[in-house]
Design a protein around this ligand. Structure first.
Ligand code: CA2
Length: 147
């Protein structure tokens, strides 16, 4: 059983290689390792998955239900602003989730101001760089370990 699933959407595999002024200079693997350490300290388990493919992300969300995942932390990246299909998948599996972003989409171009996820998330954390991941994992741990 996996308690928490960390999902990352398209182009986040490029973290640390391009646009560090917006997205920071850590690689995704480094961020995943930090999240794992945070979760293991609370005797919980975490799985991490990144894909550039909408269908693979939907498959991962559906698989999470079969794996009895308790909570999803997701940075849907550009699919934030386009993917009704991923929204439908999250609604279908009924797994609570936290939406995160490295940048603050509301301080960027108008097309980033709408999210297909925010209104159905437990909460959203945006604009804190890699700390968005740290804060989201902390919130996930709290959610899973308090009544
Ligand atoms: O701020 C975020 O975390 C975003 O989800 C990042 C997405 C963007 O489309 C969202 O509006 C906000 C873009 C991810 C692109 O990732 C890159 C990483 C390194 C270099 C270039 C792109």
């Amino acid at each position: 059983m996996t308690d928490i699933l960390l999902l990352n959407g398209p182009n986040l595999n490029l973290l640390g290689q391009r646009e560090p002024e917006i997205y920071g200079d850590l690689a995704l693997k480094d961020i995943e390792n930090l999240c794992q350490q945070q979760v293991f300290a609370h005797n919980l388990s975490i799985g991490c998955f990144q894909s550039n493919s909408e269908s693979e992300l939907i498959d991962a969300i559906q698989q999470a239900k079969l794996d009895n995942v308790q909570l999803i932390v997701i940075n849907p990246a550009a699919y934030t602003h386009t993917s009704v299909a991923m929204r439908d998948a999250l609604l279908a599996v009924e797994i609570p989730f936290i939406e995160i972003h490295l940048s603050n989409p509301h301080s960027r171009e108008p097309f980033r101001h709408h999210s297909y996820f925010s209104d159905i998330a437990i909460g959203t954390i945006t604009g804190f760089g890699i700390n968005s991941y740290r804060f989201a994992i902390e919130a996930a741990i709290q959610h899973l370990t308090t009544d």
